[in-house]
Design a protein around this ligand. Structure first.
Ligand code: FEO
Length: 616
């Protein structure tokens, strides 16, 4: 029985999942399985993009027959000949002898190497940027050598702005009913597997990945369809931005990955003491036992973290076997741009440290701390200072650089919230509509980011009801407040929750823009309607990137700035009738009584943080 998923009106996913595979490519564990993606475009001509692994051949063939609905198969675009995507080509040709194979000369060479069938009578060769019209759709072919094999080709559907990306942007893990990345919590549940896939499959070829990212940046891409894992149809930057880091071998996070190989626990002990010292300095740490954790996970972590520590016992006068395999693996995957420290152990002739250093010195831009910590069997109290010195040397990268005095306001790692008020914020009523419910709130972060098309960003606190409405509907209006706006507008939209009140109760006119969302016409000099294109999770807030679909001016009055609001609109604090101890919110005047104010305190009225409170 077939199992297919609609991608767009003209495109169907006809791939399949394998959850029984023990080792992908015979080496990478895939505990959550893997998907083999294939896509069928049904235009005036029908076009299949790649096939699948032989393990899922039967389901795939059923899927194609269902998606074709009795039509013939005109084209097979072969982007990658690795057998997990090409194994079913010979059978497909037998079932659809009329098919034309669209591929590059290199793909043709590889197909001939892997399979024995008369391909020459079926093939149509294409070159870089050559196009194929299939009716409504125009396909453009883009060569992507070494992402992951030399023959790899990508396809860009310029009609629907879809990039068929072959192995690029793929991910380990079977698809559990969800085809699109936005149907799951990708950052939380899948990013580690996307990084493990990238670093182990194409990690070695960073410069080739960069070249493809460069080519792709010239295209307007609204959807990415890879050969493994999820289809990306929104928030593409979530994965593209990671590829930009990974391809340059730049770390995603500042912190220390410690990998140790220990026979009787003494090297492990040293690694753990180092981790404790680093944590005491506020530095993030992760630890792996290389004899337990699969190398692919540690390679992936090495691509993530900024600093790496390798701790290994000496074995057969060399590096312990599992550590040796890891170091070779990292070098093979071209690890670069990292600070490294080494701990070695040896009961009579410790050599592992020097050998690890020798191997890693062959990698580009690996800066290894000068002194190894060398242990004779087990760490002794007198040697704790060596570990502490190593932690200090690593920690020096995480504190102020030389020449900056910690007492100086410019010292690193200090954020004075008041400095943020030096930025020239405006003040705006942000409105949204969900069903019959209208709502709005006050925000101060609206910024135009592009001119063609006109795009803006807004940052909205997740605690606001309006935030949830925009996340759901993708539409909002900005009413730009002008000087003269009274304080009660801020009270109306800023200090109440739309969950409990109708914030438009006092607005006599019901004015809406074309998107159906209300706007505030009084005390407003301009109105902007926008449609959300991308979102970024920023912790307490969501950053929305939106395309402006309507904008008009209402008056020539100057816009209110944050400074103007403080100087002219917000009521001045009244003398306290009773002597209260506590903190007052500078934004709305809410008083929190008590001797302390927690750092993560959020004003229950206006949702501003502890940084906006001052002691009474
Ligand atoms: Fe999934 Fe490089 O093939």
């Amino acid at each position: 029985m077939y199992c297919i998923k609609k991608v767009t009106n003209d495109l169907v996913w006809v791939g399949a999942n394998d959850r029984r595979l023990a080792l992908f490519e015979g080496v990478y564990s895939v505990p959550t399985g893997v998907s083999y993606n294939s896509y069928l475009l049904t235009d005036e001509k029908t076009v299949l993009f790649d096939t699948v692994d032989k393990a899922v051949r039967q389901r795939f063939l059923e899927n194609i027959e269902e998606a074709l609905k009795g039509r013939k198969l005109d084209y097979l675009v072969v982007q990658h000949v690795e057998p997990d995507h090409s194994a079913v080509i010979p059978e497909l040709i037998r079932q659809h002898p009329e098919i034309k194979i669209i591929c590059s000369a290199k793909v043709l060479q590889f197909i001939k190497q892997f399979y024995d069938f008369d391909i020459d009578s079926h093939v149509r060769l294409v070159e870089e940027n050559e196009t194929l019209n299939t009716g409504k759709h125009n396909l453009q072919f883009i060569m992507a050598p070494m992402v992951h094999w030399p023959e790899v080709m990508l396809t860009y559907d310029s009609t629907d702005k879809i990039l068929f990306s072959a192995d690029a942007f793929g991910c380990f893990g079977a698809l559990n009913g969800a085809l699109f990345a936005d149907e799951v919590d990708f950052a939380k549940d899948y990013m580690d597997e996307a990084r493990r896939y990238y670093s182990n499959i194409v990690g070695k070829y960073g410069s080739q990945v960069e070249a493809v990212l460069d080519k792709a940046s010239a295209l307007k891409i609204e959807m990415i369809c890879p050969l493994h894992g999820f289809v990306w149809r929104s928030n593409l930057n979530e994965i593209v931005s990671k590829y930009m880091l990974w391809s340059k071998y730049e770390p995603e996070e500042r912190g220390v990955m410690i990998a140790y190989a220990s026979v009787y626990g003494n090297t492990e002990n040293a690694a753990e003491i180092l981790a404790c010292c680093l944590r005491d300095k506020g530095i993030k740490t992760v630890i792996f036992d290389v004899s337990v954790t699969p190398a692919s996970e540690i390679v992936s972590a090495a691509f993530k973290w900024s600093h790496l520590v390798f701790a290994s016992t000496t074995y057969n006068a060399g590096i312990f076997v599992t550590m040796e395999a890891l170091i070779n693996d990292l070098a093979a995957h071209n690890i670069q741009n990292r600070r490294v420290a080494i701990i070695e152990n040896g009961s009579w002739a410790a050599t592992s440290g020097g050998l690890i250093r020798e191997s890693l010195n062959k990698c580009e831009n690996i800066d290894i701390l000068k002194n190894n910590v060398s242990i004779l069997s087990g760490l002794k109290t007198a040697q704790l200072s060596d570990i502490e010195l190593m932690a200090e040397a690593i920690g020096a990268d995480f504190t102020a650089p030389v020449g900056i005095n910690q007492n100086n306001p410019a010292a690193l790692n200090t954020v004075d919230p008041a400095t943020m008020f030096k930025l020239s914020y405006g003040l705006f009523v942000l409105t949204a509509r969900d069903g019959n419910k209208d709502n709005g709130c006050i925000i101060n972060t609206v910024m135009q980011i592009t001119v063609s098309p006109v795009k803006i960003t807004i940052a909205v606190n997740k605690a606001n009801y309006t935030h949830d409405m925009i996340l759901k509907t993708g539409k909002f209006n900005i009413s730009v407040l002008s000087e003269g706006v009274p304080f009660n507008v801020f009270q109306q939209f800023g200090f109440k929750s739309g969950k409990d009140t109708d914030k438009f109760a006092d607005c006599k006119e019901v004015l809406r823009t074309e998107n159906g969302v209300r706007y505030v016409s009084k005390w407003t000099n301009g109105v902007i309607s926008a449609e959300v294109k991308e979102t970024f999770d920023c912790g307490t807030h969501t950053l929305f990137i939106a395309e402006v679909c309507q904008a008009f001016s209402l008056s020539s009055d100057p816009s209110v700035t944050y400074q103007y609001y403080f100087d002219n609109i917000k009521p001045k604090p009244q003398p306290q009738k009773e002597h209260k101890k506590g903190f007052v919110c500078k934004i709305c005047g809410y008083v929190h009584e008590g001797d302390t104010l927690p750092d993560d305190f959020i004003c229950p009225l206006c949702k501003h943080g502890a940084g906006d409170f001052e002691r009474i």
